[in-house]
Ligand binder design. Structure first.
Ligand code: BEZ
Length: 204
């Protein structure tokens, strides 16, 4: 089977992000992280604070062909989906604009920068940025049952490692922050059950 060519999509995502000029001229910008950014900050930052954003809910609806899966067998990673009244907990980083160049390349798989209000856990607010992969991007997989998502995560792996590591790190980072996410924790629970009762191989 031929590999789908996703490089032009990646290049388009980077180009759109580089045209996003909302914070041009700012020396420092707050970035809200709700996925791997909660537990892995492989970039320099000035400050890091637990925070949340309103009107969005975290979902394992984005396909990952470049980090936690492959073009032929994509894994699933989180994106944010609009939901009235929802609050998404995560971690905010105060960074310099140069760091976006690094993140635009790391997260080139359909994630676009969006301006958002960020609320720190002490109740104070700032305007900042968040990366969101919406349903129009080519890697978007969309809704599935939490059991089916766990099954896909259980069998997926990519250049950044097993998809299950991503899920387990995210769930434990949320717990360390004292935050609950029923969607993430339900998938984690299904994954644990799948590991206890692996599918039996009918061949002798
Ligand atoms: C995040 O953790 O917020 C994140 C990481 C990668 C892509 C998009 C968002």
């Amino acid at each position: 089977m031929t590999q789908p060519d996703l490089s032009s999509i990646d290049a388009a995502t980077i180009a759109i992000n580089q045209r996003m000029n909302k914070f041009d001229g700012h020396e420092q910008v707050w970035l809200f992280g709700y996925g791997s950014l909660i537990y892995k900050a492989d970039f320099p930052y000035i400050e890091r604070r637990a925070a949340s954003i309103e009107g969005w809910t975290r979902r394992f609806w984005q396909g990952s062909h470049d980090h936690r899966g492959t073009p032929l067998a994509p894994g699933r990673v989180v994106t944010l989906v609009p939901q009235a009244g929802a609050v998404c907990d995560g971690m905010a980083y105060l960074i310099t604009p140069e760091v976006f160049a690094h993140l635009d390349h790391r997260e080139k798989n359909g994630y676009l920068r969006l301006a958002t209000d960020i609320t720190f856990d002490d109740g104070s607010k700032v305007e900042g940025l968040v990366y969101i992969a919406n349903e129009e991007n080519a890697a978007f997989l969309g809704a599935a049952s939490e059991f089916d998502i766990a099954r896909q995560i259980a069998r997926s792996s990519g250049p950044s490692g097993p998809n299950s590591d991503y899920l387990l790190h995210l769930a434990s980072a949320l717990r360390e922050l004292g935050k609950a996410d029923p969607h993430v924790f339900a998938i984690e629970q299904h994954l644990a059950q799948l590991r206890e009762t692996p599918a039996t191989d009918p061949t002798p």
